[in-house]
Design a protein around this ligand. Structure first.
Ligand code: HPA
Length: 271
């Protein structure tokens, strides 16, 4: 089956549950899943019900689509995302973004947890993603291009929408939240990086490193969507602190989730 046909099947299933045209797609990464609880007039669809969707395997990722109203916008949120390291293909990881577009979303908000590479960052900082480096060794657009979805050679000159970023910066200033900005470098995972890889990442221009987001944003740009990306710097990257573990990542997202949610909600209201 072509990707376009799969998309049609999935979009029709979601519409059959009562989902109407959406303004914004939201990908809620580690720590931000609770934002979906604030969506009103909700329709919740577990991933396992959705044709052509895989099932998420990461503990702490709920695995459902939540549709409804948030900050005056009609949104479709992914509560839990798919990762390349789970063994899904890049095409599978990014399929939900294509579904969002098929349902009418022209904009996407992506959130994630990442390690800080920039030496001026502290655990708990939020970072506006200004650009990305695809260091996964793969690309979701490899293979036949379906021209009705987007061009063969997409322009990535403005992967993250500058105007959206300006709004997020203003909102952060108003809320008195420190908002760092920088380049997100996407690794495949699931290992955390080595100290040598982190030194390399810094030389290459990364401010934060993580295991998600890059494929989704490539696919969003393939379909000409506008993207806002916000990272929670949950730890300093390898070699910059004693050692790394998932518990610390979860603890930090718990500590800052109130301001993370507020920043995303109010920015969404204004964009
Ligand atoms: N590296 C990669 N991914 C991450 C990290 C990290 O240090 N922290 C949270 N996600």
């Amino acid at each position: 089956m072509t990707l376009s046909l799969k998309l049609k099947e999935t979009a029709e299933y979601i519409q059959s549950k009562g989902v109407k045209s959406i303004d914004f797609g939201l990908i809620l990464g580690s720590g931000l899943g609770e934002l979906a609880d604030e969506i009103t007039d909700k329709i919740v669809i577990p991933y396992e019900e959705i044709p052509n969707f895989p099932v998420s395997t990461v503990v702490g990722h709920a695995g459902q689509l939540v549709y409804g109203q948030l900050s005056g916008k009609t949104v479709l949120a992914m509560q839990g995302r798919f990762h390349f390291y789970e063994g899904h293909s890049m095409q599978t990881v990014t399929f939900p973004v294509r579904v969002m577009k098929a349902l009418g979303a022209d904009s996407l908000i992506v959130t994630n947890a990442a390690g800080g590479v920039n030496t001026s960052f502290s655990p708990g900082d939020l970072m506006l993603i200004t650009d990305q480096i695809n260091y996964t060794g793969d690309n979701p657009l490899i293979g036949l291009n379906e021209d009705e979805l987007g061009p063969r050679f997409p322009d990535m000159s403005e992967a993250y929408d500058k105007a959206y970023g300006e709004v997020a910066k203003k909102v952060a200033a108003e809320l008195k939240i420190t908002l760092q900005k920088g380049v997100y470098m996407g690794y495949s995972g699931p290992t955390y990086e080595t100290p040598a890889e982190i030194r390399m990442s810094r030389v290459l221009g990364a401010d934060a490193v993580g295991m998600s987001t890059v494929p989704e944003v490539i696919v969003a740009k393939h379909m000409s969507m506008r993207v806002l990306g916000i990272t929670c710097v949950t730890n300093l990257a390898a070699g910059m602190q004693a050692n790394l573990n998932h518990e610390e990542v979860v603890e930090t997202t718990e500590r800052v989730k109130a301001e993370f949610k507020e920043l995303v909600k109010i920015t969404l209201e204004r964009i």
